[in-house]
Unconditional design. Sequence first.
Length: 135
Amino acid sequence: MLATLIIENNVTSRESLKQLLSARYPHVKTQVAANGRQALQAVKNKVPDVVLMNIRLPGLKGFEVLREIRSRSGRVIIVVLADDDTPEYRDAAFSCGADFYISMWSSSSEEINSLLDTILLLAQAMADEAYHPSR
């Protein structure tokens, strides 16, 4: 079973994304974190297959959290869900370890769903490969 972690301080956005994942991907286990400290606690014992995260978090800075999660596992797929689509912000996310960057303001729900489909298929393939490396 794939595991995802949603890191989002806005409760409405966090719960909406969790509901979307639960409805669209019932085989995926989803945890949530409202801030960076909760996120790091969630990944302390087991890093999820996919992290969907906002960078603007209270407390620990999102880029710090992103770097720390990446340092714990090179296999986790990290998706930044951003409300800022400037090249500098995007470059900073990638340099800290993000694999994907989704602008929530300029992407349609269909584009976001399509990307999530692709990411979860990739995560499943990576999990299968890790479980059965000789395939």
